[in-house]
Design a protein around this ligand. Sequence first.
Ligand code: HEM
Length: 126
Amino acid sequence: MDKVITYAELEANNSKDSLYVLLHGKVYNVTKFIDEHPGGDEVILAEAGKDATEAFEDVGHSDEARELLPGMCIGEFEKDSTLKVKQTNTGGSGGSVSNAVEQGSNLMYFVPLTLLGAYFAWRFYA
Ligand code: HEM
């Protein structure tokens, strides 16, 4: 299983006729499996050309489901491509939203602490 799959290859195999899925940094050819998937074909097709790891783990797939994976593995995902995928995911609106949340959580601590400090300063001097 030494073959390295590029992002271009992953993206090119995005239909029911030929479908690759990226899970945990490995690429799986699920073309034959998709009709047998108990969760239906649409959920897997929706992850075509993307990192499906999160969707796969969110479902909480059983050990039996995981045992099917090695048989469909066709290689490792190109490391640089992973970065590219991650960058497009964190870029754009998603990135600014999480930045805003991060800044918000800093304020969440800063504002009450400042008010508390002001209150005790007032009690002390009053
Ligand atoms: C390509 C690798 C995958 C394999 C081998 C696989 C296999 C399975 C198996 C065997 C089940 C039956 C329940 C279980 O044993 O856990 C299942 C259920 C399910 N799978 Fe997958 N799956 C794959 C990918 C995905 C992906 C990418 C999604 C995307 C969201 C997905 C969504 C679901 C859902 C929603 C169910 C639940 C169906 C139900 O309980 O009605 N699966 N899968």
